[in-house]
Design a protein around this ligand. Structure first.
Ligand code: NAI
Length: 246
C-alpha cells in the first residue's frame, strides 16, 4: 500500500476524478478527508470507502469559503494531528467565447479553481512546514498548457494553478514538501455533461488512444505523486491525456 496511514485531503471528491481518487487513496491505505460542496455526494463516497473497510471523513466544504476550509483543517488536526497530502482537485467550467463571456462567469471560475486552490493550500502549508513533509497536487488541465476555444476563464485558472504550484515547488522544497500538477485530457465525468455529443465524439477521435480517459486513470497518477515513490518528483507538470496534443 503506497499511502498507508497518510492523512489526505481531496477537494471536489464527491464526483468524477476526485471520487475515483478518494477510493484509490483509501485502497492504498490513506485516511481520506472527502471534501466537496456537495454534501450528499461526500456522504456517498465516505460510505463507499467505509464499506471497503477504509477510513474516510465527510467534509462539506466550499473551497471559496475560507472559514469553512479553516474549520475543516482544525477538525483534521484535532483528530489526526497531521496532514500529509492535499489534492486541489475541485474545479468548474463556465464556457463562453470572449465576446460573450460575462464578468460573473469569469469571476466564478477564478474563485473556485484558482482562489480555492490558493485558500486550501494556504490553510495547510504551515502544518506541512512544521512536519517538514507533505505532497501538494494541483489539478490543472491540458487547457492549462495549450488554452482552449471558449475557455478564457478556465484557461486562466488552469495556467494559474501551474504557476502557483511551481512557486510552491521552489519555496517549499527545502521544507520537505513537494508540489506537482496533473493535466488531464478529456476524461469521462459529469464536467463534460454540458458538451454536445458531437463535440465528445470529436474529442475521442482526436486522442491517439481513440477514447476518453477514465477518472481512475487520473487517480492513479495522483496516488503516485502523493506517495513516497515520487520522492524526487517536484515542480512537475504531468499530462495524462492519451497523447491528445502530440
Ligand atoms: P466533476 O464535475 O465530476 O467534479 C468536480 C467536483 O468539484 C464536484 O463534485 C463538485 O461538486 C466539486 N466542486 C465544485 N465547486 C466546488 C466548490 N466551490 N467547493 C468544493 N467542491 C466543489 O469534474 P471532474 O471532471 O471530476 O473534474 C475534477 C478536476 O479535473 C477539475 O479541477 C477539472 O477542472 C479537472 N479536469 C477535468 C477534465 C475532464 O475532462 N473531466 C479535464 C481536465 C481537467
Amino acid at each position: 500500500m503506497k499511502l498507508k496511514d497518510k492523512i489526505s485531503i481531496i477537494t471536489g471528491a464527491a464526483n468524477g476524478i476526485g471520487e475515483a481518487a478518494a477510493i484509490k487513496f483509501a485502497q492504498e491505505g490513506a485516511k481520506v478527508m472527502v471534501c466537496d460542496i456537495n454534501e450528499a455526494g461526500v456522504q456517498n463516497v465516505v460510505k463507499k470507502i467505509e464499506e471497503m473497510g477504509g477510513e474516510a471523513v465527510v467534509f462539506q466544504v466550499d473551497v471559496t469559503n475560507k472559514e469553512s476550509i479553516e474549520a475543516m483543517v482544525s477538525q483534521i488536526m484535532d483528530k489526526y494531528g497531521r496532514i500529509d497530502i492535499l489534492v486541489n482537485n475541485a474545479g468548474i467550467i463556465s464556457d463562453a467565447q470572449l465576446n460573450k463571456m460575462t464578468d460573473e462567469q469569469f469571476d466564478r471560475v477564478i474563485d473556485v479553481n484558482l482562489r480555492g486552490t490558493y485558500l486550501c493550500t494556504r490553510a495547510i502549508v504551515d502544518i506541512m512546514i512544521a512536519q517538514n513533509s507533505g505532497s501538494i497536487i494541483n489539478t490543472s488541465s491540458i487547457v492549462g498548457i495549450y488554452g482552449n476555444f471558449g475557455q478564457t476563464n478556465y484557461a486562466a485558472t488552469k495556467f494559474g494553478v501551474i504557476g502557483m504550484m511551481k512557486s510552491w515547488a521552489k519555496e517549499l522544497g527545502r521544507k520537505g514538501i513537494r508540489a506537482n500538477a496533473v493535466c488531464p485530457g478529456f476524461i469521462a465525468t459529469s464536467i463534460l455533461d454540458p458538451m454536445p455529443e458531437k463535440v465528445i465524439k470529436a474529442m475521442e477521435d482526436k486522442v491517439p488512444l481513440k477514447r476518453l480517459g477514465k477518472p481512475e486513470e487520473i487517480a492513479n497518477v495522483y496516488a503516485f505523486l502523493a506517495s513516497d515513490e515520487a520522492s524526487y518528483v517536484n515542480g512537475a507538470v504531468i499530462e495524462v491525456s492519451g497523447g491528445v496534443v502530440i
